[in-house]
Design a protein around this ligand. Structure first.
Ligand SMILES: [Fe+2]
Ligand SMILES: [Fe+2]
Length: 293
Protein backbone atom coordinates (compact mmCIF):
# COMPACT_ATOMS: atom_id res chain seq x y z
CA UNK A 1 0.00 0.00 0.00
CA UNK A 2 1.26 3.48 -0.73
CA UNK A 3 0.35 7.20 -0.68
CA UNK A 4 -3.07 8.22 -1.88
CA UNK A 5 -2.63 8.23 -5.66
CA UNK A 6 0.91 7.51 -6.55
CA UNK A 7 2.67 4.19 -7.12
CA UNK A 8 5.08 3.05 -4.43
CA UNK A 9 7.82 2.87 -7.07
CA UNK A 10 8.12 6.68 -7.17
CA UNK A 11 8.75 6.95 -3.43
CA UNK A 12 11.00 3.87 -3.49
CA UNK A 13 13.15 5.52 -6.18
CA UNK A 14 13.45 8.67 -4.07
CA UNK A 15 14.40 6.61 -1.05
CA UNK A 16 17.00 4.71 -3.09
CA UNK A 17 18.58 7.98 -4.14
CA UNK A 18 18.97 8.98 -0.48
CA UNK A 19 22.58 8.45 0.51
CA UNK A 20 23.75 9.94 3.79
CA UNK A 21 25.62 13.03 2.69
CA UNK A 22 24.95 15.48 5.54
CA UNK A 23 27.98 15.91 7.65
CA UNK A 24 28.79 17.26 11.04
CA UNK A 25 30.72 20.48 10.54
CA UNK A 26 32.58 19.85 13.78
CA UNK A 27 34.62 17.29 11.84
CA UNK A 28 35.66 19.78 9.18
CA UNK A 29 38.72 21.98 9.66
CA UNK A 30 38.38 25.68 8.87
CA UNK A 31 41.31 27.80 7.84
CA UNK A 32 41.83 31.21 9.39
CA UNK A 33 41.22 32.91 6.03
CA UNK A 34 37.60 31.79 6.27
CA UNK A 35 37.02 34.52 8.84
CA UNK A 36 37.82 37.11 6.18
CA UNK A 37 35.33 35.93 3.56
CA UNK A 38 31.76 36.93 2.77
CA UNK A 39 29.00 34.99 4.54
CA UNK A 40 27.17 34.65 1.23
CA UNK A 41 27.45 36.08 -2.28
CA UNK A 42 27.17 39.83 -1.58
CA UNK A 43 24.60 40.21 -4.39
CA UNK A 44 22.17 38.32 -2.11
CA UNK A 45 22.32 41.00 0.56
CA UNK A 46 18.97 42.85 0.52
CA UNK A 47 21.05 46.01 0.97
CA UNK A 48 23.36 45.35 -2.02
CA UNK A 49 23.80 48.43 -4.20
CA UNK A 50 21.93 50.84 -1.90
CA UNK A 51 23.53 54.07 -0.53
CA UNK A 52 24.07 52.36 2.87
CA UNK A 53 25.86 49.49 1.12
CA UNK A 54 28.04 51.89 -0.89
CA UNK A 55 29.09 53.67 2.31
CA UNK A 56 30.31 50.45 3.94
CA UNK A 57 33.95 49.42 3.74
CA UNK A 58 34.79 46.08 2.13
CA UNK A 59 35.35 44.52 5.53
CA UNK A 60 32.04 45.90 6.88
CA UNK A 61 30.26 44.41 3.84
CA UNK A 62 31.83 41.03 4.57
CA UNK A 63 30.69 41.24 8.17
CA UNK A 64 27.17 42.28 7.16
CA UNK A 65 26.80 39.32 4.77
CA UNK A 66 28.01 36.98 7.54
CA UNK A 67 25.23 38.34 9.76
CA UNK A 68 22.65 38.05 6.98
CA UNK A 69 23.76 34.51 6.07
CA UNK A 70 23.50 33.49 9.74
CA UNK A 71 19.97 34.80 9.85
CA UNK A 72 19.00 33.10 6.57
CA UNK A 73 20.30 29.82 8.00
CA UNK A 74 18.31 30.50 11.19
CA UNK A 75 15.18 30.86 9.05
CA UNK A 76 16.07 27.60 7.29
CA UNK A 77 16.28 25.81 10.67
CA UNK A 78 12.96 27.34 11.71
CA UNK A 79 11.38 25.94 8.54
CA UNK A 80 13.01 22.53 8.88
CA UNK A 81 11.76 22.08 12.44
CA UNK A 82 8.25 23.30 11.57
CA UNK A 83 7.93 21.02 8.56
CA UNK A 84 8.85 17.98 10.64
CA UNK A 85 6.18 18.80 13.22
CA UNK A 86 3.53 19.26 10.54
CA UNK A 87 4.42 16.29 8.37
CA UNK A 88 5.17 13.76 11.11
CA UNK A 89 1.90 14.59 12.83
CA UNK A 90 0.06 13.64 9.65
CA UNK A 91 1.57 10.15 9.50
CA UNK A 92 1.52 9.31 13.19
CA UNK A 93 -1.20 6.67 12.90
CA UNK A 94 -0.70 5.35 9.38
CA UNK A 95 1.10 2.24 8.12
CA UNK A 96 4.82 3.01 8.54
CA UNK A 97 5.79 0.59 5.77
CA UNK A 98 4.07 2.77 3.16
CA UNK A 99 6.72 3.89 0.65
CA UNK A 100 5.86 7.58 1.01
CA UNK A 101 5.95 7.37 4.82
CA UNK A 102 9.36 5.71 4.72
CA UNK A 103 10.61 8.49 2.48
CA UNK A 104 9.23 11.06 4.90
CA UNK A 105 11.20 9.43 7.75
CA UNK A 106 14.31 9.74 5.61
CA UNK A 107 13.50 13.37 4.81
CA UNK A 108 13.16 14.20 8.52
CA UNK A 109 16.51 12.53 9.17
CA UNK A 110 18.03 14.78 6.48
CA UNK A 111 16.37 17.86 7.95
CA UNK A 112 17.66 17.18 11.45
CA UNK A 113 21.20 16.92 10.13
CA UNK A 114 20.72 20.09 8.07
CA UNK A 115 19.57 21.97 11.17
CA UNK A 116 22.58 20.70 13.11
CA UNK A 117 24.88 21.62 10.21
CA UNK A 118 23.37 25.11 9.90
CA UNK A 119 23.58 25.70 13.66
CA UNK A 120 27.28 24.81 13.49
CA UNK A 121 27.69 27.16 10.52
CA UNK A 122 26.04 30.02 12.46
CA UNK A 123 28.54 29.45 15.28
CA UNK A 124 31.43 29.44 12.84
CA UNK A 125 30.27 32.64 11.18
CA UNK A 126 30.63 34.14 14.64
CA UNK A 127 27.54 36.31 14.58
CA UNK A 128 25.20 34.41 16.89
CA UNK A 129 21.57 33.66 16.20
CA UNK A 130 19.11 36.47 15.46
CA UNK A 131 15.80 36.30 17.25
CA UNK A 132 12.82 36.11 14.87
CA UNK A 133 10.14 38.79 14.72
CA UNK A 134 7.02 38.12 16.75
CA UNK A 135 4.87 37.94 13.59
CA UNK A 136 7.03 35.09 12.37
CA UNK A 137 6.75 33.23 15.67
CA UNK A 138 2.96 33.53 15.41
CA UNK A 139 2.96 32.42 11.77
CA UNK A 140 5.12 29.44 12.76
CA UNK A 141 2.61 28.42 15.41
CA UNK A 142 -0.31 28.71 12.96
CA UNK A 143 1.58 26.66 10.40
CA UNK A 144 2.63 23.94 12.88
CA UNK A 145 -0.86 23.70 14.31
CA UNK A 146 -3.25 24.11 11.39
CA UNK A 147 -1.55 23.53 8.03
CA UNK A 148 -3.25 20.81 5.99
CA UNK A 149 -1.89 18.51 3.28
CA UNK A 150 -1.32 20.55 0.12
CA UNK A 151 -0.74 23.73 2.17
CA UNK A 152 1.92 22.10 4.33
CA UNK A 153 3.81 20.66 1.35
CA UNK A 154 3.54 23.86 -0.71
CA UNK A 155 4.85 26.13 2.07
CA UNK A 156 7.68 23.67 2.71
CA UNK A 157 8.38 23.69 -1.05
CA UNK A 158 8.38 27.51 -1.11
CA UNK A 159 11.19 27.60 1.45
CA UNK A 160 13.12 24.80 -0.23
CA UNK A 161 12.94 26.36 -3.71
CA UNK A 162 14.09 29.79 -2.52
CA UNK A 163 17.04 28.33 -0.58
CA UNK A 164 17.93 26.13 -3.54
CA UNK A 165 18.42 29.10 -5.87
CA UNK A 166 20.41 31.11 -3.29
CA UNK A 167 22.59 28.26 -2.14
CA UNK A 168 23.48 27.25 -5.72
CA UNK A 169 25.11 30.70 -6.00
CA UNK A 170 26.80 30.51 -2.61
CA UNK A 171 28.33 27.07 -3.14
CA UNK A 172 30.08 28.15 -6.36
CA UNK A 173 31.32 31.52 -5.09
CA UNK A 174 34.95 31.60 -3.92
CA UNK A 175 34.40 34.91 -2.12
CA UNK A 176 32.13 33.02 0.32
CA UNK A 177 33.29 31.35 3.56
CA UNK A 178 34.08 27.65 3.10
CA UNK A 179 31.69 26.73 5.89
CA UNK A 180 28.78 28.24 3.98
CA UNK A 181 29.89 26.82 0.63
CA UNK A 182 30.10 23.28 2.03
CA UNK A 183 26.78 23.41 3.84
CA UNK A 184 25.17 24.90 0.71
CA UNK A 185 26.48 22.08 -1.46
CA UNK A 186 25.18 19.36 0.87
CA UNK A 187 21.85 21.12 1.16
CA UNK A 188 21.37 21.63 -2.58
CA UNK A 189 22.06 17.95 -3.28
CA UNK A 190 19.79 16.63 -0.54
CA UNK A 191 16.94 19.06 -1.04
CA UNK A 192 16.46 18.13 -4.69
CA UNK A 193 14.72 14.89 -3.68
CA UNK A 194 12.72 16.69 -0.97
CA UNK A 195 11.42 19.05 -3.63
CA UNK A 196 10.43 16.16 -5.94
CA UNK A 197 8.61 14.59 -2.99
CA UNK A 198 6.78 17.82 -2.07
CA UNK A 199 5.75 18.47 -5.70
CA UNK A 200 4.38 14.94 -6.02
CA UNK A 201 2.53 15.16 -2.70
CA UNK A 202 0.94 18.47 -3.73
CA UNK A 203 -0.23 16.95 -7.04
CA UNK A 204 -1.60 13.85 -5.23
CA UNK A 205 -3.65 16.00 -2.87
CA UNK A 206 -4.87 18.47 -5.50
CA UNK A 207 -6.57 15.70 -7.46
CA UNK A 208 -9.29 15.52 -4.84
CA UNK A 209 -9.71 19.11 -3.66
CA UNK A 210 -12.84 21.17 -4.27
CA UNK A 211 -12.68 24.59 -5.96
CA UNK A 212 -13.26 26.52 -2.70
CA UNK A 213 -10.53 24.54 -0.95
CA UNK A 214 -8.13 25.18 -3.85
CA UNK A 215 -8.96 28.90 -3.74
CA UNK A 216 -8.32 29.15 0.02
CA UNK A 217 -5.19 27.00 -0.30
CA UNK A 218 -3.80 29.25 -3.04
CA UNK A 219 -4.10 32.31 -0.78
CA UNK A 220 -2.70 30.54 2.31
CA UNK A 221 0.32 29.30 0.34
CA UNK A 222 0.98 32.86 -0.87
CA UNK A 223 0.77 34.15 2.72
CA UNK A 224 3.19 31.40 3.83
CA UNK A 225 5.69 32.35 1.12
CA UNK A 226 5.26 36.02 2.08
CA UNK A 227 6.07 35.26 5.74
CA UNK A 228 9.24 33.40 4.71
CA UNK A 229 10.38 36.18 2.33
CA UNK A 230 9.69 38.98 4.83
CA UNK A 231 11.17 36.98 7.70
CA UNK A 232 14.52 36.91 5.94
CA UNK A 233 14.91 40.63 6.55
CA UNK A 234 15.42 41.16 10.27
CA UNK A 235 15.94 44.59 11.82
CA UNK A 236 18.19 43.08 14.50
CA UNK A 237 20.88 42.33 11.89
CA UNK A 238 21.11 45.93 10.71
CA UNK A 239 21.00 47.37 14.21
CA UNK A 240 23.73 44.96 15.31
CA UNK A 241 26.08 46.42 12.68
CA UNK A 242 25.25 49.99 13.67
CA UNK A 243 22.90 50.90 10.78
CA UNK A 244 19.72 52.88 11.23
CA UNK A 245 16.79 50.52 10.71
CA UNK A 246 14.34 53.04 9.28
CA UNK A 247 16.88 54.11 6.63
CA UNK A 248 17.75 50.49 5.85
CA UNK A 249 14.10 49.47 5.62
CA UNK A 250 13.33 52.27 3.15
CA UNK A 251 16.39 51.48 1.05
CA UNK A 252 15.60 47.75 0.92
CA UNK A 253 12.01 48.36 -0.11
CA UNK A 254 13.21 50.59 -2.99
CA UNK A 255 16.06 48.29 -3.97
CA UNK A 256 15.34 47.03 -7.48
CA UNK A 257 18.35 44.70 -7.33
CA UNK A 258 16.98 42.98 -4.20
CA UNK A 259 13.58 42.54 -5.86
CA UNK A 260 15.23 41.04 -8.91
CA UNK A 261 17.16 38.52 -6.75
CA UNK A 262 14.03 37.50 -4.81
CA UNK A 263 12.06 37.15 -8.05
CA UNK A 264 14.83 34.96 -9.39
CA UNK A 265 14.78 32.86 -6.21
CA UNK A 266 11.02 32.40 -6.47
CA UNK A 267 10.74 31.81 -10.21
CA UNK A 268 10.87 27.95 -10.10
CA UNK A 269 8.24 27.99 -7.32
CA UNK A 270 6.00 30.43 -9.17
CA UNK A 271 6.28 28.36 -12.39
CA UNK A 272 5.26 25.22 -10.47
CA UNK A 273 2.32 26.95 -8.72
CA UNK A 274 1.15 28.32 -12.06
CA UNK A 275 1.27 24.85 -13.66
CA UNK A 276 -0.72 23.38 -10.76
CA UNK A 277 -3.30 26.20 -10.86
CA UNK A 278 -2.25 27.54 -7.47
CA UNK A 279 -1.93 31.15 -8.60
CA UNK A 280 -4.88 33.53 -8.77
CA UNK A 281 -5.33 37.31 -8.69
CA UNK A 282 -5.14 37.80 -4.90
CA UNK A 283 -2.20 35.38 -4.61
CA UNK A 284 -0.31 37.22 -7.36
CA UNK A 285 -0.87 40.48 -5.48
CA UNK A 286 0.66 38.91 -2.34
CA UNK A 287 3.66 37.52 -4.28
CA UNK A 288 4.24 40.98 -5.78
CA UNK A 289 4.12 42.56 -2.29
CA UNK A 290 6.76 40.06 -1.15
CA UNK A 291 8.88 40.85 -4.26
CA UNK A 292 8.56 37.22 -5.28
CA UNK A 293 6.76 38.06 -8.54
FE1 LIG B 1 16.94 21.05 4.68
FE1 LIG C 1 13.93 19.73 2.84
Amino acid sequence: MTGPDHPAAFYDRLLDSARRLSFDLREAEVDAADQDRYGMSPEWSPLFGTPSWTDLTESARKHLTRCEASHFLGVAIWLEVALQIVLLRRVHNVDPTRADVKFLFNECADENLHSLMFAEAIERLGTGHYRLDRSMVLAGWLFRTFAWDEIAYAIVLAGEEVFDVMQRDWMRDDRVADTVRRTSYVHVVEESRHMSFARQKIRDHLVRVSRPRRFVGTIVIAIGAHVIAKGMINKRIYRSVGLDWSTVRAEISRNEHHRMMFRRAASPLVAFLDREKLLNGPARWIYRKSHLL
